[in-house]
Design a protein around this ligand. Structure first.
Ligand SMILES: [Zn+2]
Length: 378
């Protein structure tokens, strides 16, 4: 759908019918919502409809492109002031091409009041403006906004698709690809990291081993701190490379060197944009750590899922087949009721992480509950 829109958008006379001014990209975490949105923005500007390689494509994807605005939020909701601010920003006429693209990564976080402020510009946008809203589900976005957008729904790829992609795109060998696809549960970025980075695999192992280390209160605190440290490292391995490349691209976009008034103005503008980029990168780091903590919790949920499978003697394959011995020990030393209770604790921790709860406290409480699943009932 995006490809046809891009072709129509590049029509030199007037954009064809496949192009429209407001898009809603939805899909579960890991389905690549923001990646798809950024690739679309890049393709609208790229002279070869989104080659993915040129400076235009790269800077558009990182948000360093002057005509692509990527709005991320580290707060839980966008209020009326944020919406007004967005409208002002969106009215800026594009400097290099025909389109000014505004990507909103968490369109589900608009308060009703903010949504109604935005509604008007989404309904009758300036001709240069393209909105790309991202959210987990179409239902997460206010119906009034949803009905004015064209919807693109992404889905979680199946294990065999992830495995095939790892082999074809990154030359991962079949056994490793199968493991990474299974362990990532359809999250392609995670699958790639697991398949290509041994440190990521080791950290995952350690997180999955943590239930067997919980003997007393102090081991619970240690396990919580270790999980957070592992998630922070995983997050850094994702963001460090991105940060460096974006900064280089931004400097190149504004051209280093030159002289006279234009150069001075460019330097000033670049300095301002660089500050904005740094701020955006900082908030991405915070979000990525939270995302990686959530990944670790999903890994633990999958571990207890395996424990449950073994406890009820089901014949389904284990997600963590390589840890069969530990799964077996855990299954033998607890009941299905214990396992369900631990699931609940993990679920509870995930909600707290999503609601911006303090990570150390949340994880400590979780480990204590994993050690003693009935502690709340006592
Ligand atoms: Zn390109």
């Amino acid at each position: 759908m995006f490809a046809r829109a891009v072709a129509d958008a590049h029509d030199p006379l007037s954009p064809g019918p496949a192009m429209t001014h407001a898009w809603l990209v939805t899909g579960p975490p890991g389905s690549g919502r923001s990646t798809a949105a950024a690739a679309f923005a890049a393709a609208l500007h790229c002279p070869s409809n989104g080659c993915g390689e040129c400076l235009t494509c790269r800077s558009a994807k990182s948000g360093a492109h002057p005509d692509v605005d990527i709005i991320t939020s580290d707060t839980l909701s966008y209020g009326v002031d944020d919406a007004r601010d967005l409208i002002v920003r969106s009215c800026i006429v594009p400097t290099t091409g025909r389109w000014q693209v505004v990507i909103i990564e968490d369109a589900d976080r608009f308060t009703p009041a903010a949504a109604s402020v935005l509604l008007k510009v989404i309904e009758e946008p300036p001709t240069h403006l393209v909105w790309v809203l991202c959210a987990p589900n179409p239902e997460d976005v206010m119906p009034t906004i949803r009905s004015r957008t064209r919807s693109v729904q992404l889905r979680t790829p199946a294990t065999f698709e992830v495995s095939a992609a790892l082999q074809a795109k990154y030359g991962v060998d079949p056994a490793m690809a199968a493991f990474a696809a299974r362990a990532s549960q359809g999250h392609i970025g995670r699958a790639r990291a697991l398949a290509t980075d041994e440190a990521v695999r080791i950290r995952r192992q350690e997180v999955l081993r943590s239930p067997s280390t919980l003997r007393d209160l102090s081991s619970c605190f240690t396990a919580a701190a270790d999980l957070l440290a592992a998630a922070t490292e995983d997050a850094r391995s994702i963001t460090d490379a991105l940060d460096a490349r974006e900064t280089t691209d931004l400097r190149r976009t504004y051209g280093e060197g030159g002289e006279g008034i234009t150069a001075a103005r460019t330097t000033k503008l670049a300095g301002k944009t660089l500050k904005a980029l740094e701020k955006q990168q900082k908030s991405r780091r915070t979000r990525t750590i939270r995302d990686q903590v959530d990944r670790a919790l999903l890994d633990l949920i999958a571990f207890y899922r395996d424990v449950f499978v073994m406890q009820i003697n089901a014949s389904s394959a284990l997600i963590n087949d390589e840890m069969r011995a530990q799964v077996q020990r855990e299954a033998a030393s607890s009941t299905t009721a214990d396992t369900k209770q631990r699931w609940e604790a993990l679920d509870h921790a995930r909600s707290a992480v999503a609601a911006n709860g303090a990570l150390p406290l949340t994880l400590e409480a979780l480990m204590i509950e994993l050690k003693d699943p009935w502690i709340r009932q006592r």
